[in-house]
Design a protein around this ligand. Structure first.
Ligand code: DHE
Length: 584
């Protein structure tokens, strides 16, 4: 095993230099100008794959429009939604990338667009051509496609939702008590990304209780406050509501809430447990509040509107993370492009009250602090963490994470030997981990400040994790360009964080999994209920072996490897107790 210093040196090299991989065009990736799509952050942009499958027609032609067949237009739309819409927007009005509306593209012209797509730009546009990602023919098509008006994908309002809504087992036909001997609180819902399924795995015996069909490129699971209903959302915006009380847990209700979605949550305020569910979509830009027993859609609310600072209209602000408040009957909704955090009061949805908080643009993911009062969330393309006081309903702070592209997942809450309760996030763009003080009463001088920066394996980190009973902070790096780094996890000792340069231990997770084929990535640690073991996904290609590796949190030794041919592309894991109680 390499020493941590050696790994860190490799990681630093990997996060500043590009791998020497020679692409299909024979051009070394090192020929790419800096910042051209090779960075983990550039690779981690939304891909509107479901939207790419819709049928579109060429909008009314204008004089001077390039020649394009219906077939080419369809292929261009698919390519645009999958590769470009994440940054430039579905309607091409711009997001983290520049607008590509026809007034601009026509002014620049075909050759300019073609060369821009081929060679990229120092501003962050990937060099799709010289990297070998797109052929000359595909680039020619995309340059012509951008000169034509974009198609508008269909809306998805109440009538469309109702058409897809199915109650497979009515509430009155469901069990009135738990009908199985599963320890539900210690169950893990594991995303099987590319098979569009989840696996329900026992936290003690590691036995797979059920494999359940879900949406396309299934994304996350959340659990109702009582722990009975598991909500799973696919990227195609299909939600499955699974009843864990049934003899064999199964889907009891289903609904599609849009064309592209990433988030689902349920009401957790005392007195409102299991009453409502909410889901947010990327397309159309909206959220929907649903009945907590049946998923019946009750209220659809658009997020289109003004950007918080410039007060310019944005036509497609996507809904990113949603979290349920424990202090008020409210859902906290991150609206990405307008930079607003909405507090959606579900106590009276006929007279819906929404508090709109100005935060920062490009809000993505986040989680609660250990008191569950404050929501800390990343405005990732702005390198900021916004803090919301869920009790008062206001913005508490906006903190520079001093790293590139913070990506906390839900973050990790530690008790720091010097600074008391802190919340941690790692970064996609570099090896730093930011620790932010979260205790305004006990440690007022350190609250809402970045109190310490740690250095982990390298850029490309997505998730950090700990548990209230653990003395460890785990940091993954699944999107790092170096295979050795993506195969490992860094672990810091919490009680040693007061040292000048805290060192970390490297756990060789892929080696422990005994998988030699492919280039599996180690992603997202998740603790069991007791907090004495942490599970990592070894996420390999769809047709290769993947695994879950269970680590003993006390000894940092391998405890168990879960392998099964049904475990295809495991990514996120959600322990029922920790997810419903927001323990992380
Ligand atoms: Fe995720 C959470 C969006 C790619 C695994 N991801 C989230 C959330 C959002 C989001 C908005 C927060 C949900 C919430 O809390 O309500 N994810 C996106 C994207 O837009 C992006 C970048 C690209 C895309 O087109 O989807 C993307 N995500 C990925 C992956 O490639 C990952 C690593 C593997 C996979 O399964 O697809 C991935 N995302 C996850 C996981 C969480 C998540 C495991 C939940 C973490 C948690 O601890 O709660």
């Amino acid at each position: 095993m390499k020493s941590f210093r050696e790994i860190r040196r490799l990681a630093l090299l990997a996060s500043v230099a590009l791998p020497m991989a020679v692409t299909a065009t024979g051009i070394s990736a090192q020929d790419k100008p800096k910042g051209h799509g090779d960075t983990p952050a550039a690779a981690y942009q939304p891909s509107m794959t479901t939207l790419g499958q819709i049928d579109v027609e060429i909008p009314g032609r204008k004089p001077g429009d390039p020649v394009i067949s219906q077939e080419e237009f369809q292929a261009g739309t698919k390519m645009y939604f999958e590769r470009c819409a994440g940054c430039h927007g579905v309607l091409r009005k711009g997001a983290t990338g520049k607008p590509l509306t026809t007034d601009l593209t026509r002014e620049n012209g075909y050759e300019y667009l073609r060369d821009f797509i081929k060679y990229g730009s120092p501003g962050g546009m990937p060099n799709w051509g010289t990297s070998g990602e797109l052929s000359d023919d595909q680039i020619d098509l995309m340059a012509r496609y951008l000169l034509i008006e974009p198609p508008a994908p269909p809306e998805f309002g109440m009538p469309e939702m109702l058409e897809t809504w199915k109650v497979l087992v009515k509430p009155e036909d469901r069990p009135t008590k738990k009908m199985n001997d599963i320890d539900i609180d210690n169950l893990f819902s594991v995303t099987l990304r590319d098979s569009g399924q989840i696996a329900l795995i026992d936290g003690k015996s590691y036995e797979i209780h059920a494999i359940i069909e879900t949406g396309y490129a299934v994304h996350i699971s959340r659990i109702s406050a009582s722990g009975r209903y598991l909500m799973v959302i696919g990227r195609d915006a299909l939600i499955n509501m699974i009843d864990l009380w049934m003899e064999t847990p199964a889907t009891v209700a289903q609904i599609k809430v849009g064309a592209e979605a990433r988030s689902v949550e349920t009401s957790k305020m005392e007195g409102w447990e299991d009453k409502y569910a909410i889901a947010g979509s990327y397309w159309p830009p909206q959220y929907v509040i649903m009945d907590g027993d049946t998923l019946e859609p009750k209220k659809v609310v658009s997020t289109r509107g003004m950007i918080y600072d410039t007060q310019e209209y944005h036509p497609e602000p996507r809904v990113a993370a949603i979290i349920a408040s424990h202090y008020r009957p409210e859902f906290i909704v991150n609206v990405k492009e307008t930079g607003k955090i909405l507090l959606v009061d579900y106590s009276d949805i006929k007279n819906l009250k929404v508090t709109e908080i100005e935060a920062e643009r490009f809000l993505h993911d986040g989680g609660l602090d250990s008191s569950k009062r404050y929501f800390l969330t990343a405005a990732n393309a702005r390198n900021k963490i916004a803090v919301i006081d869920t009790k008062e309903g206001s913005l508490t702070a906006l903190i520079d994470s001093e790293g590139e592209t913070p990506h906390p997942g839900r973050g990790a809450n530690l008790n720091h030997p010097t600074y008391g309760p802190v919340w941690a996030t790692s970064h996609l763009g570099d090896d730093t981990v930011a620790l932010i003080g979260t205790d305004p009463e006990g440690h007022p001088d350190h609250a809402w400040k970045m109190v310490q920066q740690l250095y982990a394996l390298g850029g490309g980190s997505l998730f950090v994790k700990t548990h209230p009973t653990s003395n460890h902070l785990y940091v993954d790096a699944p999107l790092n360009p170096d295979a050795e780094i993506t195969a490992s996890v860094a672990v810091f000792k919490v009680d040693e964080l007061d040292q000048e340069e805290p060192e970390y231990t490297v756990l060789p997770i892929v080696e422990w999994a005994g998988i030699a084929e492919g280039q599996p990535r180690v992603v997202q640690g998740e603790f069991n209920k007791e907090g004495n073991e942490i599970w990592f996904s070894v996420w390999n290609a769809k047709d290769l072996e993947s695994a879950l590796v269970v680590v003993d949190d006390k000894t940092l030794e391998l405890k168990h490897v879960i392998k099964d041919p049904r475990l295809i592309t495991p990514t996120g894991k959600f322990n029922v107790f920790n997810t419903r109680q927001d323990v992380y």
